[in-house]
Design a protein around this ligand. Structure first.
Ligand SMILES: Nc1ncnc2c1ncn2[C@@H]1O[C@H](COP(=O)(O)OP(=O)(O)OP(=O)(O)O)[C@@H](O)[C@H]1O
Ligand SMILES: [Mg+2]
Length: 367
């Protein structure tokens, strides 16, 4: 069991900065998920922590021990790679036993630990097989199991589910969450799948271009994104953005763009006042735009007029893409009973209390 600290960690490859000034404290037994687009520095972060690569500047601590110069095998961590990196010529048993043999454990000890881990993961019947004779899901479990036998203080997992089909992913997701509860270790998990991030993480750290954007609980990230990048990255379909300005009319602040004019709640927060007469970006999540016939009770809405350009009936809801007057497309998640049809000119109902405002220059949230 251990906490993990990154202290102003920067990683350069030549001129290229893969990770910039990363400051993070990960608590003992936390399940921290790193999420972000391809190339944002997720794997780099794990490799630095695992000791597979060295930092350019900054310090990494596991517990209160600075590990910058510590060899990978002495860091008390185990990593599950996206490729699984199983030894093809070894059986499942030997794949698991191998690292324990390297640690110098006796045969009896090794057998006990492999059996116990195999039991936890449900692999007892496959121990004699070779990786090529396993399904993708089984290989994934072997990779996780191989990390578990080592009983590390910190588990690192780099997109361990990305090779699985949708149904297996859901299963494996809950299995890894269960393991986290059972093993009571620190988990650091990398994914670019936002559903995994939202459902598994006790906290989520969002990276973009090597820079930490926000770290918080899944709920806080979703409801109060710190900037436009985070707002647009988490949530599917993504948050809709409107370029416009804050204007004052009839003693009230309004957001006004070509397609949307909406009164802001009164009294307007002091932070909004600074943007009076200034350009600003307004964000609204698709679930905050409703079919006017199915607006949930207690919500104040204004009409959003446009033409239905695409419909995606999901069963539990319908995703509607609306082309607005200025040509912009806007996504809405509406009630499954909705009878909107392609080409209809309609007025959807936009929840005026669910707006997010962003500075157009810094893209920081105005809150
Ligand atoms: N050895 C290297 N030499 C040069 N550049 C590298 C090296 N390793 C990684 N990079 C670059 O650093 C950046 C971050 O890479 P990293 O592998 O951490 O991304 P990632 O977030 O894991 O992306 P993905 O989701 O595609 O796995 C990328 O632009 C990558 O090309
Ligand atoms: Mg990666």
């Amino acid at each position: 069991m251990a906490s993990v600290t990154f202290n102003s960690v920067t990683k350069r490859y030549g001129e290229f900065v893969a990770l910039r000034d990363l400051d993070i404290e990960i608590g003992d037994r936390e399940f921290l998920v790193f999420v972000g687009p391809s190339g944002c520095g997720k794997t780099t972060t794990l490799r630095l922590l695992a000791g597979l690569d060295s930092v350019t500047t900054g310090d990494i601590y596991i517990g209160d021990r600075r590990v910058n110069e510590l060899a990978s095998r002495d860091r008390d961590i185990a990593m599950v790679f996206q490729s699984y990196a199983l030894y093809p010529h070894m059986t499942v048993y030997d794949n698991m036993a191998f690292s324990l043999e390297l640690q110098g454990l006796g045969k009896g000890d090794i057998q006990q630990r492999v059996q116990r881990a195999a039991q936890q993961i449900g692999l007892e019947d496959l121990l004699h097989r070779k990786p090529k004779d396993l399904s993708g899901g089984q290989r994934q479990r072997v990779a996780v199991c191989r990390a578990i036998v080592r009983n590390p203080a910190v588990f690192l997992m780099d997109e361990p589910l990305s090779n699985l089909d949708a149904q297996l992913r859901v299963q494996a997701r809950t299995e890894i969450s269960r393991l986290h509860r059972e093993l009571q270790s620190t988990f650091i998990y990398v994914t670019h799948d936002q559903v995994e991030a939202m459902t598994m993480g006790t906290r989520i750290a969002i990276l973009n271009q090597g820079v930490l954007q926000q770290i918080d609980t899944p709920q806080a990230i979703y409801s109060t994104p710190k900037n436009k990048f985070v707002a647009g990255f988490i949530g599917s379909p993504a948050m809709n953005f409107f370029d416009g300005a804050l204007v004052e009319m009839a003693d009230q602040l309004w957001f006004k763009s070509d397609a949307l004019t909406v009164a802001l709640p009164t009294p307007a927060p002091a932070q909004y006042q600074r943007y009076r007469g200034q350009r600003v970006i307004c964000g609204i999540r698709p679930e905050d735009i409703h079919d006017a016939g199915y607006v949930p009770p207690g919500i104040v809405t204004i009409p959003l007029k446009g033409t239905v350009s695409l419909l995606e009936p999901m069963g539990n809801e319908v995703i509607v893409y609306l082309t607005l007057g200025d040509g912009q497309t806007c996504a809405a998640r509406v009630d499954r009973r909705s009878t909107l049809a392609l080409g209809d000119t309609v007025e959807l109902a936009l929840n005026i209390t669910a707006l997010h405002l962003f500075d157009p220059h810094t893209e920081a949230a105005v809150i």
